[in-house]
Design a protein around this ligand. Structure first.
Ligand SMILES: Nc1ncnc2c1ncn2[C@@H]1O[C@H](COP(=O)(O)OP(=O)(O)O)[C@@H](O)[C@H]1O
Ligand SMILES: [Mg+2]
Length: 233
């Protein structure tokens, strides 16, 4: 069986062209093992969000090979790629991208509704997950009635609800206080870190570094070194 959720080989990404060309990723080699929580850390502007977007299939790499859950990403295109992401991936981005006309529970239920679940069952499941995230009492609130931290937890529920194999999170605790941040990371570990699953978290929040099995350090478009958490290996 494939032991890696993600394998990046010599991935580069440039924006613009000619004199305006910016080389953001400069030959990334990275393996994200299944059954682990991997963190990607590094200074602001080093390319973390760009790499996460490439891995999530939201940006095409300029060069290199990317394999996600055993599938070479360049082999799937268009609606097949959308379907692949919908089923296998959960995202938490820095902008929470909640739909303003849907309640917290309906937002969290979106991946199930997209998979043609019965609406009532989908919203019930979303409410249970919001409850686990300490947001049960706000399930019927709209995004503009929620604080940043509450919206971030709704985005978490939406990322986890369809039990995806790969969860990618960009600065997932940025809007959370320390206690809530720890709670959310614990839940993420519990839900996501199973032998056939993996979590990749971009963060510069050193309060949560101890949740990582593995920390990939990035600088200036390169992964410079990998640290493993000795305690869990
Ligand atoms: N669409 C884009 N066009 C041009 N430059 C970009 C674009 N997206 C990101 N960049 C540049 O790439 C660099 C890395 O950005 P980013 O991946 O967001 O870094 P990080 O998440 O590590 O802070 C930055 O210098 C940023 O300005
Ligand atoms: Mg970023």
């Amino acid at each position: 069986m494939n032991s890696h959720a993600v394998v990046c080989k010599n991935i580069s990404k440039n924006f613009g062209s000619g004199e305006d060309e910016v080389k953001v990723l400069r030959g990334i080699d990275l393996e994200v093992p299944l059954g682990e929580m991997t963190f990607l850390v590094g200074p602001s502007g080093c390319g973390k969000t760009t790499l996460l977007s490439v891995i999530a299939g939201l940006l095409n790499p300029s060069q290199g090979d990317l394999n996600v859950l055993g599938t070479p990403l360049h082999t799937i295109k268009g609606s097949k790629a959308v379907e692949f992401r919908r089923v296998n991936l959960g995202f938490v981005f820095q902008q929470f991208n909640l739909l303003p006309s849907l309640t917290a529970a309906e937002n969290a239920a979106v991946p199930l509704l997209a998979a043609n679940w019965n609406r009532k069952q989908a919203v019930e499941k979303a409410k249970t997950l919001l409850d686990d995230l300490g947001l049960g009492s706000r399930a019927n609130a709209y995004p503009n009635q929620l604080s940043g931290g509450q919206q971030q937890r709704v985005a978490f529920a939406r990322a986890l609800i369809h039990d995806p194999k790969l969860i990618v999170c960009d600065e997932p605790t940025s809007a959370l206080d320390e206690h809530t941040g720890h709670h959310v990371m614990e839940l993420l570990r519990k839900i996501a870190v199973r032998p056939e699953r993996a979590v990749l978290v971009v963060t510069h929040d050193n309060r949560i570094f101890n949740f990582a099995d593995r920390i990939a350090h990035m600088n200036d478009g390169h992964v410079t070194h990998i640290e493993t958490n000795g305690g869990s290996h």
